[in-house]
Write a protein that binds this ligand. Sequence first.
Ligand SMILES: Nc1ncnc2c1ncn2[C@@H]1O[C@H](COP(=O)(O)OP(=O)(O)OP(=O)(O)O)[C@@H](O)[C@H]1O
Length: 458
Amino acid sequence: MPPKQVQQLTSFKVYIRWRPLPDEPDAVEITKAQNQTGDYQLVTISQPSQTAGPSRGTKPWTSGASFTKVFEPSDDNRAVFENVVSQTFPRVMNGKICNFFAYGHTGSGKTHTIVGYDHQDIHQTGLTLSAGKELFQRLEELNSRTSDDQQLAVGLRMYEVRKKSAFDLLNGHTECFVREGPDGKTHIRGETETLQGGKVRVRPILIVPCWSFDQLRKEIEKGLALRATGTSTVHDKSSRTHAVFELEVVNKALIEARDDVIEKQSELVPHGKHATDVYLEENSKAYIQDADGKFMLNPDYTINRDRIAAAETTKREYEERLEAAEARVLEVFATSQHPCLGGKFVFVDLAGSEYYDQKASSSAAGSKQTAEERQEGRQINSDLFALKEVIRARALNQSRIPFRSSPLTMVLREYFLGSEDGFSAMILTVSPAADQYAATLNTVKYGNLVGIAGGDNA
Ligand SMILES: Nc1ncnc2c1ncn2[C@@H]1O[C@H](COP(=O)(O)OP(=O)(O)OP(=O)(O)O)[C@@H](O)[C@H]1O
C-alpha cells in the first residue's frame, strides 16, 4: 500500500442514471431542478397520473440538492464516463484512489454501467474498460520516456463478495476469507497452502499485471465468465454478488517487492511455529501434576532456555527479513519516477438492492428463485443495509463507523477511507417503469442520504 495513505474519509458525489424504457407508456414522472448555486440537482418523482391501485394519487417526492448530475435515459455509457470518471484522472495519476459504486434495483443498469455488455463499442463499454483504455493511453505516453525497469502497467484485481466470502475472479474463483488483521485493516486471503519445507503460504487476491489494453480486456472477460448470475425477481441475468474491479498503476519493481513480502511471510510461518512449539514443549516438561491435579515444578527437569532462545533468534531473523521486504515496497514508492504509482480506480457493481423481497418472491418471477438464491438475497439486503449504516454514521460524523457489520463493508473499508484527496462517487441506476416506482423511490431516497452526507453541499 502506498505510504501516503492516511485514515481519512473521502467525500461522496452522487449521480442518478435513468435507464431507457422505449415501449413503456406508464413511466414515472420525473422533473429535475438546479439548486441556487447551480452545483447540484434535485429531483421530484411521482407515480404516473393514471396509476391504479392503492398507491394511486401518492404525493410526489422531492429530494434535497444532493445530486451532482442526473443523466437522461438517452445518455450512453460514454457520457457517464466523461462526466463521472474522466475528471478524476489527475487524482489517479497523482497516486490517489478513486471509487465508483453502482447502486440500484435489480435490472436497473448497474452491470451495464460498470462493466457494459458490449466491450468493443466505445459508447457502450462500461466505466471499468473505458477507464482502463484511457489509463493505458496515459501510461503509454509516460512509458515512452521512462527507463525499461520503471515501465508502468495496470495491475488488475477482480473479485466478488458473496455471502461471507470473497471469490477471486482472476484465480479460478478461489474462495478467500475476509478478516480484520492485527493492523486493523481488512485482509482478503485464500486458503492456507502448505509448501515444501513446511512453508505455509496464504495468498491475497491475485493482482494480474496487464501491459496492454488488449490484455486487460481479455483478463476482465475471463474473470466475468466466472461471475455468478442467477434469477432475480426481475430478470434472469441478475448479479448475485457484489463485484469489485481494481485498476492500479504498478511497475515490475512493485510487483516483485509485493511478491517478496508474500514469500517472506511464508518463510516466517514455520519458524514462528517452531519457536512456539519449543517454548510449549520446554514448559510442559518443566511442570508435573500432583495427585490433586495441581501443577508443580518438575524436580527432574530444568528448562532448556538456550533452546528456547535459539528458536526465538531464528524466528526474529525471519521477522526482520519480512520487515525488510515490507520496507522495500515502501522504498519502491519513494523512489518511483512517477507519482501515479499505486494510483487506483475501483469500480463496484453492487448486487441488486431488491434481489429478493418478500412480496416479489410470491410472484411468478420471484417463485423462480431457489431457496439458496433467496438466502443469498437476504445476505445482499443485509450487506446493503450495513452499507447504508456506514454512510449514515459518516453523515452524523460518528467516531466509530460500523465497517465490521458485514463482509461487504469490511471490504469497502479501505476504499471508503481511501487516500487523502481521494474521490468516491455513487451512481444510482433507476428505472422509469411505473411498476418499479417503489424501488426507484427507495434508491433515490438512499442516494439522497448519501449525497447529503458526503457532498460539500452537506
Ligand atoms: N442505460 C441503459 N441503456 C441501455 N440498456 C440498459 C441500460 N441499463 C440497463 N440496460 C439493459 O437492461 C438489462 C439489465 O441491466 P443490468 O444487467 O445492467 O442490470 P443490473 O442493475 O446489473 O441488475 P442486477 O442487480 O440484477 O444484476 C441489460 O440487458 C442491460 O443491457
